[in-house]
Design a protein around this ligand. Structure first.
Ligand code: AHR
Length: 649
């Protein structure tokens, strides 16, 4: 039976939330020639339940100075050989206390950190303590009445011991101590000391630094100096609460990690050696990220997995495949074999029971239960390899894939480019970094791609407009592109925007356009973030037949339904500066409810954007709507992204 449904904007039948009246209080749209015809009873295919997820790597201080909540920058005095830690750590500028620093390369708290920092005080006293200062990641966040967890590894030098060591958060403008903790005098062997510090009834601020001091003459050795604020679910060594909440709102179904270029490294020596990222922090030597700063690797393999666990995401584990950004590669064959073995062990660390070698290590690291793993990606962007060592029938992909399939036949393998020969991937990872114009023209990219080959994972994509985060023009183009992904989600089974994070301090970012911005205290989502939230939240589970006619070139649609809840999701992107009147004509439904929801993200200009100081300029409005029976007629606002949720059966 043909069913007709009507929304008459501006009529009293609408029950609108106050904030949204403006979005819908438009004159009724009479006889619009533009029409979206939806065949509710004609599902074309399932929507991939894993369509929207996250891609992540150590770029733009995504972890150090981002998600990983550690507040001390360079907690292990990186670059000890060249004393470059002095670019971060500075002497407490109180000359009277006779403070000096030097590096001791003879002793450190672990094999991974076989060196330490020697702090010497010649004249320090309780009235005139002295030591060294750490700026945090462009400030240290302070909240009122909040407990912080501090720790430090200390050892006495054998010479005069300066006694207890104090760590404090100090306000940079006033010099006032916001919170402090004192560790006992160092022992004669390396030992980890822990303490908590509590702020009082202070105002929220981030113009603070961390100061480590002694109050008596003497010298002491230190390393792995750490300070954590409260973390998501109070996890030890955990994640920033605000960023976890922002990601949770995206309803992500998977996390692709650890990169990206971060997986590859700038040179073959800098590959992502996962074994050096597990276990206690003191056993992690750190390594250079290709994005120009040392990675603390506090965000190690287990932390990625726990991140997945906390947000109910599937891991998409990318294993290193023998290629570096300087275009060098490990040749397929015996030289590549140790890396293949390493990938198999990594999969065992993730999935193995505690009776396996690496499953037992994971249990020792604090997580006895194996993680579920379905997807493994082999390498990253190997189409850049000029030698084509990845894609040949006996190439790097084939060597990894054969071994992984033999040991783990149920895993789905992702290649980073098409490959030749018998060993074919289950999925290919496509990447798109584009202008709005390029995406607008290509929203039908996957319409005609063969369904007989591998499935597609759009593992990195973004409209590159706006910095450090995308503007509303980019959000429109992102949304237009997502309508195409959704309509083709029988083929495109996963997609993830990249990069996900940026610390907005100008010294922190390496990439121009990134989804979520933050400083040490605040965070915000770009308009594109809200487009992702809308598309992911109102996904549906079947794509239904739809046909758009009579619209301008910048109007895009996707229609899905959830048959179990009899819900229809109509997504309309109007990227034009003019309103788009549209008649929504629904065929093949037996009945319909008389209310629904319209979620709209709109702006007056494509340059409109959210910033760290104005985070809510472009955010979605939600309007509850009621209607009578006939075609839905609505004028979609200029520059708007819309999801209309209707109950139909
Ligand atoms: O997302 C930023 C980078 O872009 C990724 O590290 C890399 O895979 C791509 O080239």
């Amino acid at each position: 039976m043909k069913f007709r449904l009507s929304i008459r904007a501006g009529l009293t039948a609408f029950a609108l939330v106050a904030a949204s009246v403006a979005a819908l209080a438009q004159p009724p749209v009479a006889n619009s020639k533009a029409q979206l015809t939806v065949q509710y009873n004609k599902p074309l295919h399932s929507v991939s339940p894993t369509l929207y997820g996250l891609m992540t790597e150590a770029i733009n201080h995504s972890y150090d100075g981002g998600l990983y909540a550690e507040l001390i920058r360079d907690r292990v005095f990186y670059g000890r050989e060249h004393h470059s830690f002095r670019k971060v750590w500075t002497l407490d500028q109180n000359a009277a206390n006779g403070i000096s620093l030097s590096v001791n390369n003879q002793t450190g708290p672990s094999n991974a950190l076989p060196y330490s920092l020697k702090l010497t005080a010649t004249k320090a006293s309780p009235e005139d303590p002295g030591g060294l200062d750490n700026p945090g990641y462009w400030g240290v966040p302070v909240w009122p009445n909040t407990t912080y967890h501090a720790s430090i590894y200390l050892k006495s030098t054998g010479a005069k011991n300066p006694g207890p060591v104090t760590m404090a958060i100090v306000n940079a403008a006033t010099g006032k101590v916001m919170a402090s903790a004192t560790f006992p005098a160092a022992d004669s062997h390396w030992k980890k000391y822990t303490a908590t510090m509590l702020t009082g009834d202070v105002a929220k601020s981030y113009n603070n630094f961390i100061r480590i001091t002694v109050s008596h003459p003497g010298s002491v050795l230190m390393n792995m100096v750490s300070l954590f604020p409260p973390t998501y679910k109070n996890q030890k060594d955990g994640f920033r609460i605000d960023l976890m909440k922002k990601m949770a709102a995206m309803h992500p179904k998977f996390l692709r990690f650890p990169g990206g270029n971060f997986l590859e490294g700038q040179t073959l020596a800098d590959w992502y050696d996962w074994k050096l990222t597990i276990g206690p922090n003191v056993d992690r030597p750190t390594h250079p990220s290709p994005w120009g700063y040392e990675s603390s690797d506090g965000m190690g393999l287990l932390q990625f997995l726990e991140w997945c666990h906390d947000l109910h995401m599937q891991p998409v584990l990318a294993v290193y495949a023998g290629y570096a950004l300087d275009h060098k590669h490990i040749p397929p064959g015996p030289q590549l074999e140790p890396y293949v073995k390493d990938a198999l062990e990594e999969i065992q660390y993730v999935t193995g029971s505690t009776s396996t070698k690496w499953g037992a290590v994971r249990a020792k690291d604090g997580h006895p239960a194996p993680f579920k793993l379905k997807y493994v990606e082999i390498g990253n962007e190997d189409f850049f390899d000029p030698s084509h060592s990845y894609s040949g029938s006996h190439g790097r992909f084939a060597q990894f894939a054969r071994a992984i399939r033999k040991a783990y036949p149920k895993l789905k393998l992702i290649a980073t480019m098409p490959v030749k020969g018998d060993v074919q991937p289950d999925i290919i990872d496509d990447h798109f970094y584009r202008t709005p114009q390029q995406f607008f023209k290509d929203t039908h990219h996957y319409d005609k791609v063969s369904r007989k080959g591998p499935k597609i994972f759009v593992g990195e994509w973004a409209t590159m407009q706006g910095s450090p985060t995308p503007d509303f023009g980019a959000a429109l183009s992102d949304a237009a592109w997502m309508t195409g992904l959704e309509r083709n989600s029988d083929l495109v089974i996963m997609a993830s925007y990249a990069p996900l994070f940026v610390n907005v301090n100008p010294m922190a970012a390496q990439w121009g356009t990134n989804l979520i911005g933050y400083d040490s205290l605040h965070s915000f989502g770009a308009p594109s973030y809200y487009a992702q939230v809308m598309f992911s939240k109102y996904l549906g589970n079947q794509v239904v037949a739809s046909k758009l006619s009579g619209v301008g070139p910048l109007c895009f649609e996707s229609v899905t339904r959830d048959a179990a809840t009899n819900t229809l999701y109509v997504k309309i992107v109007n990227a034009s500066p003019k309103a788009q009147p549209l008649t929504l004509h629904i065929e093949g439904a037996e009945a319909v409810g008389h209310s629904g929801t319209l979620v709209t993200l709109e702006a007056k200009s494509t340059h409109a954007t959210n910033t760290i100081t104005d985070p809510d300029k472009v955010v979605p409005d939600t309007a509850k709507v009621n209607w009578y029976g006939s075609d839905v007629q609505h004028s979609f606002a200029p520059y708007s992204i819309n999801v209309l949720e209707l109950h139909v059966r």
